[in-house]
Every structure is written in structure tokens, then in C-alpha cells.
Design a protein around this ligand. Structure first.
Ligand code: SF4
Length: 148
């Protein structure tokens, strides 16, 4: 119901792969995360089945990044280790995906079909707002009237 969506949305804000309920971040419209958007390790984060494709894509991205950084990639040790996805984060994403899929598997075929239909509606209508501060692209410095 619309009123239920509005009531729930008041105390939460969209973030990557789910929703954030941290009061100061919610009050700031998702622009003031005290944990620098490490949502997967935060007690104020929650997610649901509608984010499953995003979680799977994120896991694939983490694994790709890890492979790339472990290959012959020139970088200082400190930079490489800070950029390397942590085993804990990878484990956490895998666990979330597993839990969501297990919950889906426990449903009857009819319930699962209803959930999948609801998820496709939610994903279509979801506005993309990851709760992360945006930095605009610099405008190109093109001045055709100037001579070279
Ligand atoms: S880490 Fe994510 S869930 Fe936690 S306070 Fe920050 S934005 Fe919210």
C-alpha cells in the first residue's frame, strides 16, 4: 500500500544494495555516512530480495578486482592493499546472497512467482540513488572561437 511505503521510507534512505536506517545519515538524505558507506558491515544496513541482482554483480566485481590486483599490476604495497577487497567483505556478500536465495528456495512455486513479479515492479520503479555523494564531471574546456 502507498501509505505503508511512505511510512517505511521516512526512517530510511537508499544506499548501495539496500537501505540505511542510521538516523544522522537519513536526516542528511544519505549524504552523511559515518562509516564511509561500508554498508555491508554496518548494523544500520538492510537489504532484501529485490537487491539480489545488485549483490551478485557486486560480488563478481569484487572477485574481478581481487584477481586484477593479484596479477602483475604495478602499484605500491599500501595502495594495493587498500584497494584489495577484503576476504571479510567477500564472505559477507556471499552470505547475504546465500541467505536471500535460501529464503526464495523455501517458498512454494506460487509464492516465488509472486515475489519475482513484485521484485520486477520494484526494480523498475526504483530510482537510482546510492546515497553516496556525487562529484560532477568537469565541464570540457572547449572554446571553438579561440585560435590555437
Ligand atoms: S555504512 Fe551504509 S548503512 Fe551504515 S550508516 Fe553508512 S550508509 Fe548507512
Amino acid at each position: 500500500m502507498d501509505s505503508e511505503h511512505v511510512r517505511r521510507a521516512i526512517g530510511e534512505v537508499a544506499t548501495a544494495y539496500g537501505l540505511c536506517k542510521e538516523p544522522s545519515n537519513v536526516a542528511a538524505g544519505g549524504q552523511s555516512c559515518p562509516l564511509r558507506f561500508r554498508c555491508l558491515g554496518c548494523e544500520h544496513f538492510h537489504t532484501d530480495v529485490s537487491y539480489l541482482p545488485d549483490l551478485e554483480a557486486y560480488l563478481a566485481d569484487l572477485l574481478r578486482s581481487r584477481e586484477k590486483l593479484m596479477s602483475a599490476f604495478e602499484a605500491d604495497d599500501w595502495a594495493r592493499s587498500e584497494a584489495m577487497p577484503s576476504e571479510e567483505e567477500i564472505r559477507r556478500v556471499r552470505r547475504l546472497i546465500y541467505r536471500v536465495k535460501t529464503d526464495l528456495d523455501d517458498l512454494s512455486a506460487e509464492d516465488r512467482a509472486q515475489i519475482e513479479q513484485a521484485v520486477s515492479v520494484v526494480r523498475r520503479s526504483r530510482t537510482v540513488m546510492l546515497g553516496m555523494p556525487l562529484v560532477g564531471q568537469p565541464l570540457p574546456d572547449v572554446r571553438p572561437w579561440r585560435s590555437a
